[in-house]
Design a protein around this ligand. Structure first.
Ligand code: PLP
Length: 296
């Protein structure tokens, strides 16, 4: 379940298509046609729009009963893929993170940096690290207490102490809010790194990481890059239409840079477009990619 731009639903629908699983999405609000919603439908996900009131009931104990009756045998996944099962799934990412270290010439790393929304992924990495390395969560929204409470609950449910991580505020103007400095950082980072970012989580997390590196509080960290490039489409529409017209117009373009939807250098096949006919893209990876972020 999630909103009409939900990365979680997008990833779930893509996984359903890839692994041949039927998926059902429960969406916040009333029917909308967003790039994400189009992709959910293309992936074969059945959608139900709950309205806003209906969505607010998602924490009620009886919420899932009618859906379980309607879709017997389905596994009910909480909003954002949260919950203990979600965290335990993310614990396995640590092994995935370690695999390519040698190729990067890294004997080890000092910590793991990632974007935090609900804190479920962070809790998973804390479980997977089991005290070997600290985990740093860059908060995409202003709710430090809510995230800390979620992480504490998940660690407690897993039988672990509430330690091994630190949260940093990366929310800037608030969840889902973008400012010119962020967008400029995103553009530069994408151009230099050749890797697409999105502004809600990954760009904010990297920007906050840069601040910490500049403040010399961190040295060698692995970054969990939680973004599936296909998801860009929804954000492109959000950034380059209302936001771009209002705020971004004030951000001067660098020589050779063109206005309008970005294309990421060297990644044209994955670059999203806002307008024009929809092209089918290769299926996205089942999980996020690992960014080689070597920071000294
Ligand atoms: C790209 C991306 N990164 C990070 C997160 C945050 O994950 P979590 O809710 O597990 O903290 C999300 C959540 O939707 C996401 O879409």
């Amino acid at each position: 379940m999630g909103g009409p731009h939900s990365n979680h639903l997008h990833a779930l629908a893509a996984a359903g298509r890839r692994f041949g699983l039927r998926t059902v999405g429960l969406l916040r609000g009333h029917p909308q046609d967003t790039p994400t919603v189009q992709d959910l439908l293309d992936c074969g996900m059945a959608l139900h729009w709950l309205g806003y009131g209906g969505y607010r009931e998602r924490y009620q104990p009886e919420f899932w009963a009618p859906w379980q009756a309607r879709y017997p045998g389905f596994h009910c996944v909480p909003e954002g893929g949260g919950g203990l099962l979600g965290a335990l799934g993310c614990a396995e990412l640590v092994a995935e993170l370690r695999q390519p270290l040698e190729a990067f010439g890294w004997g080890d790393y000092h910590g793991c940096w990632l974007a935090a929304g609900t804190g479920t992924t962070l809790a998973g990495l804390v479980l997977g690290e089991a005290g070997r390395h600290p985990v740093y969560g860059a908060l995409a929204g202003p709710g430090e207490h809510a995230v800390a409470a979620t992480v504490a609950t998940l660690l407690q449910q897993a039988g672990r102490d509430d330690t091994g991580y630190r949260l940093f505020d990366a929310s800037r103007r608030g969840f889902g809010r973008f400012d010119p400095e962020l967008v400029r950082f995103m553009r530069d980072a994408e151009r230099e790194g050749g890797m697409p970012l999105e502004p809600v989580y990954t760009a904010k997390a990297l920007m906050a990481l840069r601040e910490q590196v500049r403040a010399a509080s961190l040295r060698l960290v692995r970054v969990w890059y939680s973004f599936i490039p296909e998801d860009c489409k929804g954000y492109e529409a959000q950034i380059w239409t209302p936001f771009c017209k209002r705020s971004l117009a004030r951000v001067p373009l660098k020589p050779g840079e063109r206005s309008g939807p970005r294309r990421v250098a060297g990644r044209a096949s994955q670059a999203p477009t806002v307008t024009g006919p929809r092209r089918r893209q290769p299926p996205p990876p089942a999980t996020g990619l690992i960014a080689n972020a070597s920071v000294r």
